[in-house]
Design a protein around this ligand. Sequence first.
Ligand code: G3P
Length: 219
Amino acid sequence: MKFFIDTANLAQIKEAQDLGILDGVTTNPSLMAKEGISGDANVIAHYKAICDIVDGDVSAEVIATDFENMVKEGEALAALNPKIVVKVPMIKDGVKAIKYFSSKGIKTNCTLVFSSGQALLAAKAGATYVSPFVGRLDDISTDGLALIEDIRLIYDNYGYETQILAASVRHPMHIIECAKMGADVMTGPLSAILALLKHPLTDSGLAQFLADHAKAAGK
Ligand code: G3P
């Protein structure tokens, strides 16, 4: 399972990269705004800075919502660095744009996916990744993880190569359940990734080992 971090915060991206388990980064316009990044030149510079830190795919989202401008923006983003994956929303022109990018060998991430029908369209258009938003479905009392399970079944039925990128992951159990269901990738905050480390028996066991070691050494 690939681990992507869902942030535009350079310090957090670096921390995850230094841990040695990071496979990529996803961003979106809200995450860029959260870091105070605005204006075309600053946005471009920030994507370049992310690409310099991470070994792996970096999703950069188009702002345009019409085919022509999505293509223009996406091609400019893809030209920045081979790590860039053009993130395109699941709308009619988005599907057309994904098909276009896929025919040009440009990697895509189809975002804002909330149903298996949308995921099927993304795969048919040739998306590299599809991003079902697990947490946001949970937020409206709908089972986000069940969507991952349905998409896995549909993609396996037909051998679609589009990778399921479980997005809007909020906590460690989302990651574990997505792994059990065979999601290819998960993207979540650093806090959810680091929470996987935690177990009280690890902490107490280590404390005991160190105490026994010190005792045996006569300390
Ligand atoms: O990047 C898309 C997605 O992961 C957003 O997550 O927590 O804002 O629902 P969230």
